[in-house]
Design a protein around this ligand. Structure first.
Ligand SMILES: Cc1ncc(COP(=O)(O)O)c(C=O)c1O
Length: 394
């Protein structure tokens, strides 16, 4: 029985909310449906809200530390959900995944070092490397029948050429690919062989959809565990990305010491009251909510799939295996990227992410966020269909 109502349409405008309140400044237009930045329009998991309320009712917000029960909640969660044995010493607080990744880059590589990413990939992967003065190396993903595959020959060539770090997106954004064990093991072997440290961003892990199984990178082999930093968080899963509450897991002691020393030098690893209590509550009491959420997202994905197949077969989609982001392929419409972006905004009245911002491989693509009420997804699809039906294609 469904006890949580994901159909409820919540007004988020006027809450300094990026997705709804920055439409004008980001897209230059307000009257568009916000299907972009990756947070969900649902209420945050009630167990998280309750924990925060309870903490506030105490009425003293003093200095706080992460207690044993915070670490235990993370360890229990990783074991229960992913079969990954993590110990409290291996965990450290981070204020966010992207900042955490930046810290890893600064602490573990030197300016000018080569860092590999698999594009198209979440835009900050590109920016973090470039803006921190490291050298970007691309291992483009292959789009094979609307599923991302790794070009291992190219990967080996790039890793072997004095590369120092690989930023892995596991599961992958965009495209929602849940990497398979053999793929992750091969990455682990190659990186170990060529002395490349793997930073695995697993923020979407707990949003793996029914029918698929997420494998933490560090779980696939001893080699992987010994040569990796995992970045994780309950933020995306329980819809609390506004509450910095991420963490790293590192089993290799010398890698851990090096990152911790870097963080401690500027107290970058200090958490805050709400992060600790929210993360713990999510991991201890959020499982039923998550299970219903995943069914709902899977329903939204099915809706998009059925609608596109029936009404706009010119559009292709990558069916996500994890998360609420859909990589849509508009190449058959034959538009230049700027025309496509303009078309979405002006004709379809939809604010989606421009595929090109994920890398050149994203030309002809847009990313659509379906972490919203089904009625909104339906409306977006109708708008898209009408725009395509009424456009004068060359
Ligand atoms: C792959 C990936 N990593 C990190 C983030 C953002 O994480 P944070 O807000 O903790 O920096 C996102 C958000 O969309 C994401 O998709």
């Amino acid at each position: 029985m469904n006890t949580f109502n994901f159909d409820e349409e919540i007004i988020r405008r006027g809450t300094s909310c990026v997705k709804h309140d920055l439409l004008d400044s980001h897209f230059g237009k307000e009257d568009v449906l916000p299907m972009w930045v990756a947070d969900m329009d649902f209420k945050t998991a009630p167990c998280v809200i309750d924990a925060i309320k309870k903490r506030v009712e105490h009425e003293v917000l003093g200095y706080t530390f992460a207690g044993d029960s915070y670490y235990e909640a993370i360890c229990d969660w990783q074991w229960r959900r992913h079969g990954w044995r993590v110990t409290p010493e291996q965990i450290g607080f981070l204020p966010g995944i992207v900042v955490g990744m930046a810290y890893c880059i600064k602490a573990m590589t030197a300016p000018g070092d080569k860092i590999l990413i698999q594009s198209p990939v979440y835009t900050p992967f590109h920016n973090l490397v470039e803006k921190n003065g490291r050298q970007l190396v691309y291992n483009s993903l292959r789009n094979e029948e609307n599923c991302f595959r790794i070009n291992f020959d190219d990967l080996e060539k790039k890793l072997s050429d004095n590369c120092k770090m690989m930023l892995l997106c596991n599961p992958h954004n965009p495209g929602g690919r849940v990497w398979e064990k053999a793929e992750l093991q091969k990455i682990a072997e190659l990186c170990d062989h060529y002395g490349v440290l793997v930073v695995s961003d697993e923020i979407h892990a707990d949003l793996t959809l029914p029918g698929y199984k997420h494998l933490p990178f560090a779980c696939v082999s001893d080699i992987a565990a010994n040569n990796s930093i995992t970045l994780s968080a309950p933020s995306k899963t329980f819809n609390m990305p506004g509450l910095g509450s991420s963490y790293f897991v590192i089993s290799n002691e010398s890698i851990r010491r090096r990152l911790k020393t870097y963080l401690e030098a500027s107290e970058l690893n200090n958490g805050h009251i709400f992060a600790f209590c929210a993360a713990e509550a999510a991991y201890r009491y959020g499982e039923e909510w998550l299970s219903q959420l995943l069914d709902y997202i899977a329903g939204n994905v099915r809706l998009v799939q059925e609608f596109i197949t029936e009404y706009i077969p010119q559009v292709k989609m990558m069916v996500p295996q994890a998360s609420f982001l859909i990589w849509l392929d508009f190449r058959d419409l034959g538009m230049e990227q700027s025309e496509l972006v303009n078309f979405m905004l002006k004709r379809a009245q939809l604010a989606m992410n421009n595929g090109e911002t994920f890398g050149v491989e994203g030309q002809g693509f847009m990313r659509m966020n379906v972490g919203t009420a089904r009625a909104t997804v339906k409306k977006a699809l109708e708008q898209l269909k009408n725009a395509i039906d009424n456009y004068n294609f060359k």
